[in-house]
Design a protein. Structure first.
Lengths: 152, 136
């Protein structure tokens, strides 16, 4: 879509449209950042206000986690399954949103050095994958039994 | 290798309007939250894999330095959430693009409205905890 209006004395530059088929992944990720962000506003803020503010970090104990997640090897209640789903959805969205954010920042600063950028992203994605797989596994196994706090 | 970082730091700090400051803050707070996110997921998953380590993490969460850091985390998280909502709404609704200046102002106002009671409650709970349990 080149500009056709010509003002005398002005240079008109032809603007090439961005091909719509290119960078489909980038477009998908761009949309993902918006929608996951909107979901995380509710998920992350509700979690933060619930655990870190209303209950308060100083009142958080192992026993509380055992109550919400359930305990490894013991029957799971519906309530615990809802908590697990809540944390799992939040974890997946937050980690994916975070990795893509880090990728954008890394690209801005290291994009002109593809080797550094790629190496950095491999490390970030590897760490994030291990941590989040561990987190999901922990959630669906339930908290470990016992614990000093649990006996009180 | 550091040259782009130094250039970025210098150029980022040069004032280019309110939207630019919010862009920079969005980036910094996002990185802050993502670092805590990683350690938090790791620490919480230890409730399953290594309860003593999990309890040790909870003990760290109840120290004055962490409580201060947690207030910074609250500021980062709430700002990133509010400002991110502004970005999402504006970018998904091109009809609102002439309202950018109003939106940046409201981004800051809503952040402060949500942040003030949050910090007040956190600070109150922290101070009363350390007043009864002592500083560790």
């Amino acid at each position: 879509m080149a500009s056709t209006t010509v003002t005398p004395g002005r240079t008109v530059r032809k603007v090439q449209p961005i091909p719509q088929t290119r960078n489909r992944l980038e477009l998908a990720l761009w949309m993902f950042m918006r929608y996951s962000g909107l979901a995380l506003v509710f998920l992350a803020l509700s979690h933060f206000w619930m655990q870190h503010v209303l209950i308060g970090t100083h009142e958080i104990e192992f026993a509380g986690t055992q109550l919400r997640w359930g305990i490894t090897g013991q029957p799971v209640t519906v309530e615990q399954l809802i908590w697990r789903a809540y944390y799992a959805v939040m974890l997946i969205l937050a980690v994916a949103h975070g990795i893509n954010g880090v990728r954008q920042v890394a690209y801005d600063y290291f994009g002109h050095r593809p080797a550094t950028y790629k190496g950095l992203m491999y490390v970030v994605v590897a760490i994030a994958a291990i941590i989040s797989l561990g987190g999901i596994l922990a959630l669906f196994m339930g908290a470990a039994a016992g614990g000093e706090a649990a006996l009180r | 290798m550091l040259t782009p970082l130094i250039t970025t730091a210098r150029e980022s700090l040069r004032y280019r309007g309110s939207g630019h400051v919010l862009w920079l803050l969005h980036r910094v707070t996002g990185l802050g939250v993502v670092i805590f996110l990683g350690t938090h997921i790791f620490g919480m998953s230890m409730a399953t894999f290594n309860p003593p380590l999990h309890e040790a993490m909870l003990a760290v969460y109840k120290t004055p330095l962490f409580s201060l850091g947690e207030i910074v985390l609250a500021a980062c998280l709430i700002f990133h959430a509010v400002n991110g909502t502004r970005i999402a709404i504006l970018e998904l609704r091109p009809a609102l693009w002439d309202k950018q200046e109003v939106a940046t102002r409201w981004s800051v106002i809503i952040t402060l409205i949500l942040l003030a009671p949050t910090i007040a409650i956190m600070a109150f709970k922290s101070i009363s905890y350390y007043a009864t349990h002592g500083l560790r």
